[in-house]
Design a protein. Structure first.
Length: 99
Protein backbone atom coordinates (compact mmCIF):
# COMPACT_ATOMS: atom_id res chain seq x y z
CA UNK A 1 0.00 0.00 0.00
CA UNK A 2 1.15 3.49 -0.70
CA UNK A 3 0.64 6.39 1.66
CA UNK A 4 1.15 10.12 1.74
CA UNK A 5 2.46 11.33 5.08
CA UNK A 6 2.40 15.06 5.74
CA UNK A 7 4.16 16.31 8.85
CA UNK A 8 3.56 19.92 9.85
CA UNK A 9 6.23 21.52 12.02
CA UNK A 10 5.38 23.39 15.17
CA UNK A 11 4.96 27.15 14.85
CA UNK A 12 6.70 28.30 18.01
CA UNK A 13 9.92 30.32 17.90
CA UNK A 14 12.10 27.19 18.30
CA UNK A 15 10.42 25.06 15.59
CA UNK A 16 13.04 25.61 12.89
CA UNK A 17 15.81 25.06 15.46
CA UNK A 18 14.31 21.65 16.41
CA UNK A 19 14.02 20.72 12.73
CA UNK A 20 17.64 21.58 12.03
CA UNK A 21 18.79 19.66 15.12
CA UNK A 22 16.98 16.49 13.94
CA UNK A 23 17.57 16.96 10.20
CA UNK A 24 20.76 14.89 9.83
CA UNK A 25 19.15 11.91 11.57
CA UNK A 26 15.98 12.38 9.51
CA UNK A 27 17.97 12.39 6.24
CA UNK A 28 19.78 9.22 7.32
CA UNK A 29 16.44 7.49 7.90
CA UNK A 30 15.20 8.85 4.55
CA UNK A 31 18.19 7.34 2.77
CA UNK A 32 17.70 3.96 4.47
CA UNK A 33 13.96 3.91 3.77
CA UNK A 34 14.54 4.87 0.14
CA UNK A 35 17.18 2.19 -0.38
CA UNK A 36 14.73 -0.42 0.96
CA UNK A 37 11.94 0.80 -1.34
CA UNK A 38 9.84 2.18 1.50
CA UNK A 39 10.13 5.89 0.65
CA UNK A 40 9.23 6.68 -2.94
CA UNK A 41 9.31 10.48 -2.90
CA UNK A 42 9.78 13.20 -0.30
CA UNK A 43 9.89 16.96 -0.13
CA UNK A 44 10.21 19.69 2.45
CA UNK A 45 7.25 22.06 2.68
CA UNK A 46 8.32 25.71 2.68
CA UNK A 47 6.61 28.69 4.26
CA UNK A 48 6.23 32.12 2.61
CA UNK A 49 9.76 33.05 3.74
CA UNK A 50 11.26 29.96 2.09
CA UNK A 51 11.96 28.22 5.40
CA UNK A 52 11.17 24.54 5.93
CA UNK A 53 7.96 24.14 7.92
CA UNK A 54 6.88 20.59 7.18
CA UNK A 55 7.46 17.45 5.14
CA UNK A 56 5.62 15.34 2.58
CA UNK A 57 6.57 11.72 2.07
CA UNK A 58 5.09 9.20 -0.35
CA UNK A 59 5.90 5.78 1.02
CA UNK A 60 5.03 2.12 0.65
CA UNK A 61 4.26 -0.25 3.52
CA UNK A 62 1.98 -3.29 3.84
CA UNK A 63 -0.31 -1.42 6.22
CA UNK A 64 -0.61 1.77 8.25
CA UNK A 65 0.35 -0.29 11.30
CA UNK A 66 3.59 -1.34 9.61
CA UNK A 67 4.22 2.27 8.54
CA UNK A 68 3.99 3.36 12.16
CA UNK A 69 5.91 0.42 13.65
CA UNK A 70 8.78 0.30 11.14
CA UNK A 71 9.22 4.02 10.57
CA UNK A 72 6.96 6.71 11.97
CA UNK A 73 7.18 5.83 15.67
CA UNK A 74 10.98 6.23 15.53
CA UNK A 75 11.15 9.02 12.92
CA UNK A 76 13.59 11.70 14.19
CA UNK A 77 11.11 14.48 13.39
CA UNK A 78 8.51 12.73 15.57
CA UNK A 79 10.90 11.83 18.40
CA UNK A 80 12.43 15.32 18.27
CA UNK A 81 9.05 17.08 18.47
CA UNK A 82 9.52 18.71 15.07
CA UNK A 83 6.21 17.61 13.58
CA UNK A 84 3.29 19.04 15.53
CA UNK A 85 0.57 17.52 13.32
CA UNK A 86 0.76 14.44 11.09
CA UNK A 87 -1.69 13.41 8.38
CA UNK A 88 -1.57 9.93 6.83
CA UNK A 89 -3.62 9.17 3.73
CA UNK A 90 -3.69 6.01 1.64
CA UNK A 91 -2.63 6.84 -1.94
CA UNK A 92 -1.75 5.32 -5.28
CA UNK A 93 1.24 6.53 -7.31
CA UNK A 94 0.51 6.61 -11.04
CA UNK A 95 2.32 3.74 -12.85
CA UNK A 96 4.37 6.16 -14.94
CA UNK A 97 5.85 7.67 -11.75
CA UNK A 98 6.29 4.49 -9.71
CA UNK A 99 9.84 3.25 -9.21
Amino acid sequence: MQFIVIGYDGTDEYALERRMAAREAHLKVASEMSSHGKWLYAAAILNDNGNMCGSMIVCEFDSIEELKAKWLNSEPYVVGNVWEKIEIKQAKVAPSFAK
